[in-house]
Design a protein around this ligand. Sequence first.
Ligand SMILES: Cc1cc2nc3c(=O)[nH]c(=O)nc-3n(C[C@H](O)[C@H](O)[C@H](O)COP(=O)(O)OP(=O)(O)OC[C@H]3O[C@@H](n4cnc5c(N)ncnc54)[C@H](O)[C@@H]3O)c2cc1C
Length: 388
Amino acid sequence: MIKADPDDPFAEIRDAVARLCAQFPAPYWRQMDREQAYPTAFVQALTQAGYLAALIPEAYGGAGLSLSAAAAILEEIQRAGANGAACHAQMYIMGSLLRHGSEAQKAQYLPQIASGALRLQAFGVTEPGSGTDTTSITTFAEKRGDHYVVNGQKVWTSRAEHSDLMLLLARTTPKDKVAKRTDGLSVFLVDMKQALAGGMTIRPIRTMMNHSTTEIFFDNVRVPAENLIGEEGKGFRYILSGMNAERILIAAECIGDAKWFTQKSTDYANERRVFGRPIGQNQGIQFPIARAYAQMRAAELMVKHAASLFEAGRDCGAEANMAKMLAAEASWAAAEACVQTHGGFGFAEEYDVERKFREARLYQVAPISTNLILSHLAEHVLGLPRSY
Ligand SMILES: Cc1cc2nc3c(=O)[nH]c(=O)nc-3n(C[C@H](O)[C@H](O)[C@H](O)COP(=O)(O)OP(=O)(O)OC[C@H]3O[C@@H](n4cnc5c(N)ncnc54)[C@H](O)[C@@H]3O)c2cc1C
């Protein structure tokens, strides 16, 4: 049994989230996974309970909680065996709107997002032609009078079919016409219904886990100029400012996953008897579980450290990246130990291990892959030459 921290300031929130998740037990998630269906009822329950508005200030109808509290919510969702990926983006995408949107935009959208009347779940950054090299995106928004006309393509735009709004990154000046490659990118709030009626197409991508991800095509899609967030051409900075929060929150989810796997492993290792004794009596079974637990505890400290820097308004780029990398590796170590502990049953759908195993793998690739975190640390923390 993984013990709760007696000094945890979020114990009440964790209990409440765990109670909500208990209404959506394993068979619910198995069915969603089998059908690659969106867990609408679960997301609605989280919305109604106010959890997805955790980071929206009270003045706009949200809970006005800290990033650490939001991290505790997402960790607990994963720890319960649920999948926060269905809705986690709603927590952090709105940060770009909150920090860089106009007062009119915030007043129009944030209260509706907080109440659940509008869902802001989709984040259109990645493109097939540019991948991790974000400044090389080519989706273009051309200003024509009171609107922009968008052409291009996005890929891996998760939850696009379950979102009323999308935060879209597009070029407004071609890369070869800007002084710095990070200039000339702009962020828009796209009304999905209007865009679907006016040239936008969404195609779902089936993946190895249930993730509701898609590719999106823009064919002369009109976006009103008033939906531009902040200043034209400065969008890269706005997107970056939200990424530390995203990394810390996803790291917290990985910690929750690691705890789920470890609990599952220890329960099974204590119960399952082979050669007349519990398999957990064998050090060959104990050690990988114990090692993954130690990795998780270390990563958990980094997540807390990164969140406290973020909350103090201090630079936390390196820590948010390290938290995400270490937590994703810890959850993967715990996942691997869990499959091995379960032997053949690790592969059976009804044990849920294989489902969580597939889900946990993502976080070494998205939202940023491990290599890119390492190259960030090498260059920006260790002073090594830029490698790309
Ligand atoms: C299920 C899923 C959901 C996603 N959801 C979203 C979303 O909602 N919105 C969104 O915008 N994006 C989303 N993404 C995209 C995700 O952020 C990218 O897949 C990720 O950033 C990697 O980009 P890529 O797949 O194009 O890989 P590539 O950039 O093609 O890289 C491929 C591999 O090469 C490595 N590599 C590339 N360049 C270097 C280098 N210079 N040095 C060392 N290694 C390098 C990478 O680390 C990676 O391992 C999602 C992806 C997945 C799979």
